[in-house]
Each structure stands twice: as structure tokens, then as C-alpha cells.
Design a binder for this molecule. Structure first.
Ligand code: KG4
Ligand code: ZN
Length: 329
């Protein structure tokens, strides 16, 4: 079965064709980073307009790279949430339109569940479940128990900013570009974690994240520095990154102990960080391949293969900006 997967939940217009849930025939990602850079974050209205312009060319390119035509596709899939509502609707409506026009089934996919599937898709052997799922992206910071494919229990979420968002905002405070994560990581390599920053704790749940206080601490520190220079920026970046990743490390350790789990499956843009890999070294971690870490259509198409039970989703299936992982079963 060949699935065409569309991903337009944020600022990547991405389309991939995947065979039997694993074999990637093409994986085209058109990033809008240049469009949003000068704003220090994604501007939803601009993202939507760009998705409209790019989606059909990206679908064409994806088919071309796979050496296929639309008639060769057996199932059309698209991310239906969570994400920017207007952006999601563009990909979802495209998948529905192809399904209707070509009389082929269509299925809506949970973007976060797809990030969790990315590590399984990249692994040669099946990974033993239950396992701990860790998603760290621009929109989400989630710890979940993956019971089986399609059955999840969220055990920790962010009470405020997502970790990637905190990296982006910290970069903005330091006058750096977007996306902030890779820039902070690079600066941090030359800096020392001299500033005593700490990530927040959530009283009701020891596994929940809170990064907005950390970001504010960076802001107050920067405001008090009379003359900023590169060396101070490097130390602030190192201190911020250290505080954030120490918190992730502590919570992963706690989650594994509390829920008697061994394997950790990770996903989302922040896991591109080489520095984070050091903090996760004590654990048995499964990473997605490089092409499947940032937003992409392959994880959508790959997961759709497993979720499709022979019946098309209705064309009335809505996009949901806040779609929960536990609702994805
Ligand atoms: O998963 P993703 O592509 O998009 C969302 O679904 O949000 O993640 C993008 C996020 C951005 O916030 C970016 O700053 C962060 O991932 N990121 C990083 C690194 N590379 C990307 N954060 C920290 N360190 C990195 N090396
Ligand atoms: Zn994502």
C-alpha cells in the first residue's frame, strides 16, 4: 500500500510517499523559515498563504521523486491537529479533495502521534512497548506512555511554553535569529553555564514541564546587563540550555521509575540538539532518523498505514488546533 502523507500544521509544507508504513519513496519538505525569520516566530496568516502557494508544487515534486502518478496512491493522509488551524485545514482539505476526485480513501492523522511514530518508523526492529514517549517541539513538550500503537496516556505536558518555543523566545531576547534552538545550541558550545537558571516545577504533577519562568529569567538577566557582548551571550545560552535539558533529564528519569518503563521514544524538532543527546545518554533512547525529526510528511504517511482500517474517514472530519494525543486511538 502506498500512502501520500501531507503535513502543514505549522511552517513546513511537507509531502511524502511511503510504502507499507516504512519504505520512504520520497520525502519533500519546504520550510518557511525565511518567511518568518524577521518576526522571531511563525506568523499564522503568512504560513497559511505560503502553504496554499507551495502545497501543489510540493505534492508534484514528491510524486516525481517517487516516480509515481496520483493514480498510484492508495491512501491520502494529512495531519489534522494539533497545530495552526488555518494551516492544518489546507493540508487536510487537499487530502480530502484528492480522495474525492480519485475515489481513494483518506485519513486524518494526529501530528504528535506521528512524531512518536517517527522513532518506530526509523528502527529496524520493532521496539518493545510499553515505552515512554517524549515529544519536544516548537508547539509541544509531552511525556506519554505508549501502550501500543494508537493507545497513549499523557503523563506530563507543559503548563505554559513548549521547550522549542522557549528556545525561540530566548534567542529573540538575545537578539538572535529564528528558529532559536540551533543558534542557542551553537552559542552554548563556547559558553559556560554560569547563570543559575532553573526550569519551573508544577505542583500538581512532578512530570509536567514549565519553561516560561526560565525564559523570563533570561529576559531579566539580559535587561540588567549594561553592555551585551558575544561572550555573555554564549554563557546565557549555555545556562539556559543546561537548565532546560537538566529538567528534561530529571523528568524522563522520574517517568521511567514511576511507570516502570525502560525504552524512551523521542520526537520533535528539539531532539535535533546534539547537546540534548548527552543529557539523555543514561537512558535507552530511540531516535528518529534525521529526515524524520523536524515536521515531515513521511511520519504522517507511515502512521496512516497502521491507522487505516479499510474505511475512509468522513470528508466532514475537522481539523482541530488542540487535538489531544489521548484522543487519537
Ligand atoms: O517539531 P518541529 O519542527 O515543529 C513543531 O512541530 O513545532 O520543531 C521546531 C522547534 C523550534 O522551536 C526549534 O527552535 C527547535 O525545534 N529546535 C531546536 C534545535 N533544533 C530545532 N531546539 C534546540 N536545539 C536544537 N538544536
Ligand atoms: Zn511537529
Amino acid at each position: 500500500m502506498r500512502v501520500l502523507g501531507i503535513e502543514t500544521s505549522c511552517d513546513e509544507t511537507a509531502v511524502s510517499i511511503v510504502e507499507e508504513g516504512k519504505k520512504i519513496l520520497s520525502n519533500v519538505v519546504s520550510s518557511q523559515i525565511d518567511l518568518h525569520k524577521c518576526y522571531g516566530g511563525v506568523v499564522p496568516e503568512l504560513a497559511c498563504r505560503r502553504h496554499v502557494d507551495l502545497l501543489l508544487p510540493v505534492i508534484k515534486e514528491s510524486l516525481k521523486q517517487a516516480g509515481l502518478s496520483l493514480q498510484d496512491i492508495d491512501l491520502f493522509a494529512a495531519a489534522r491537529g494539533p497545530g495552526l488551524i488555518g494551516a492544518l485545514m489546507i493540508g487536510l482539505n487537499a487530502a480530502k479533495s484528492f480522495s474525492l476526485a480519485l475515489n481513494k480513501p483518506f485519513i486524518g492523522i494526529n501530528h504528535i502521534e506521528a512524531h512518536l511514530y517517527a522513532a518506530q518508523m526509523s528502527s529496524e526492529k520493532p521496539i518493545d512497548l510499553p515505552a515512554l514517549g517524549l515529544i519536544l517541539s516548537g508547539g509541544h513538550s509531552t511525556l506519554a506512555i505508549i501502550k501500543t500503537l494508537g493507545e497513549y496516556e499523557i503523563i506530563g505536558e507543559t503548563a505554559d511554553d513548549a521547550l522549542g518555543e522557549a528556545f525561540d523566545k530566548c534567542a529573540k531576547i538575545l537578539g538572535l535569529s529564528y528558529p532559536g534552538g540551533p543558534i542557542i545550541e551553537k552559542l552554548a558550545r563556547s559558553g559556560k553555564p554560569l547563570y543559575p537558571f532553573k526550569a519551573g516545577q508544577v505542583k500538581e504533577n512532578p512530570l509536567a514541564f514549565s519553561f516560561s519562568g526560565l525564559k523570563t529569567a533570561v529576559l531579566y538577566t539580559v535587561q540588567k546587563i549594561p553592555e551585551m557582548n558575544d561572550s555573555i551571550k554564549e554563557d546565557i545560552a549555555a545556562s539556559f540550555q543546561h537548565a532546560a535539558f537538566t529538567d528534561v533529564q530529571t523528568k524522563v528519569k522520574k517517568a521511567l521509575q514511576m511507570h516502570h518503563l525502560k525504552n524512551v521514544l523521542v520526537g520533535g524538532g528539539v531532539i535535533n540538539s546534539q547537546a540534548l543527546k548527552e543529557y539523555l545518554k543514561p537512558f535507552n533512547v530511540f531516535y528518529p532518523s534525521q529526515a524524520l525529526t523536524l515536521d515531515n510528511g513521511a511520519m504522517i504517511a507511515g502512521l496512516a498505514y497502521h491507522k487505516f482500517k479499510g474505511v475512509s474517514d468522513p470528508l466532514s472530519l475537522p481539523a482541530i488546533a488542540t487535538l489531544s494525543l489521548s484522543a487519537s486511538g
